[in-house]
Design a protein around this ligand. Structure first.
Ligand code: NDP
Ligand code: 8X3
Length: 251
């Protein structure tokens, strides 16, 4: 039986991806800090086929303990979905909180590369796949995107670098780069402001978690000779805007 290891399985894309893989009979390992949600997912998907690994991506010791606690039947991981991540704040750089910046870097970059490094020997043994969840924010800058966009640019470039390094191993690496998707993402970004989150998505028809889950599953289960390098996806209702021009020639 195939096994998927999905970080950030307590909500949004990660929870939907866990359901998507489980639907096709895969075993699923799900991580996240909210243990009650992980337990509920295990109950929903079946304890024998789902493993909850509660830990904070920023806590290296907890991450290592969690990985070494994986029972033998879940250890042959075929697909790693590096999904856990967050944006904090929308303030421009001078007003942004350094603590927010560090939390995004610790989660979206340091946690992601640590898990990847630790699972690489298994993924190589299994001729597996790595699906990294990046973002359009890593390609298209926008005001207030600063460090969040920077972390996602890292995820995209790291994915391409991994592809290069894993040449000849049979391991596939993909970067999925979504635009606006309605999950708990904006609630987290705004420190729990439901009104701002609702307003952002109102009337838009954003992507939903299941859209991304289907794409994660698709890139991970294509014939073994096919590698999707990058997959950029937006809702139809979102597109590009122009550059900003500051009209004061003294600056
Ligand atoms: P959600 O907020 O719904 O889910 C985020 C997940 O990440 C949760 O399961 C959360 O678990 C986990 N997570 C966050 N911080 C930590 C941490 N320190 N330790 C462990 N787990 C953590 O958002 P999405 O589903 O939208 O986001 C998933 C990924 O998709 C993120 O990387 C995000 O940047 C990216 N993305 C989102 C887009 C969007 O518009 N929604 C668009 C493009 C990319 P818990 O809180 O339980 O720890
Ligand atoms: C999330 C997409 O545009 O809100 O990564 O930054 S965006």
């Amino acid at each position: 039986m195939k096994t998927a290891f999905i970080t950030g399985g307590t909500s949004g894309f990660g929870a939907a991806a866990a359901r998507r893989f489980a639907k096709d009979g895969w075993q699923v390992v799900v991580t996240g800090r909210r243990e009650e949600r992980l337990k509920a997912l295990v109950k929903e998907l079946g304890g024998g086929k789902t493993l909850a690994l509660p830990f904070d991506m920023r806590d290296k010791a907890a991450l290592e303990d969690a990985l070494s606690s994986i029972p033998a039947i879940f250890r042959d991981i075929d697909v790693l979905v590096n999904n856990a991540g967050l944006a904090l704040g929308t303030a421009p750089a001078p007003q942004a909180k350094l603590d927010d910046w560090n939390r995004m870097i610790d989660t979206n970059i340091t946690g992601l590369v640590t898990i990847t490094h630790k699972l690489l020997p298994t993924l190589i043994k299994q001729k597996g796949a790595i699906v990294n969840i990046s973002s359009i924010a890593g390609t298209y800058p926008y005001p207030g995107g600063n460090v969040y966009g920077g972390t996602k640019a890292f995820v995209t470039q790291f994915s391409l670098g991994l592809r290069s390094d894993l040449h000849g191993t049979g391991v596939r690496v993909s970067s999925i780069e979504p635009g606006m998707a309605e999950t708990e993402f904006t609630l987290v970004r705004t420190g729990g402001n439901q009104e701002v989150s609702d307003t952002l998505y109102k009337g838009v028809r954003p992507l939903i978690a299941e859209d991304i889950a289907d794409m994660i599953f698709w890139v991970a289960t294509l014939p073994p000779h096919v590698n999707i390098n990058r997959l950029e996806v937006m809702p139809v209702n979102q597109s590009f805007a122009g550059f900003q021009v500051f009209r004061d020639s003294s600056k």
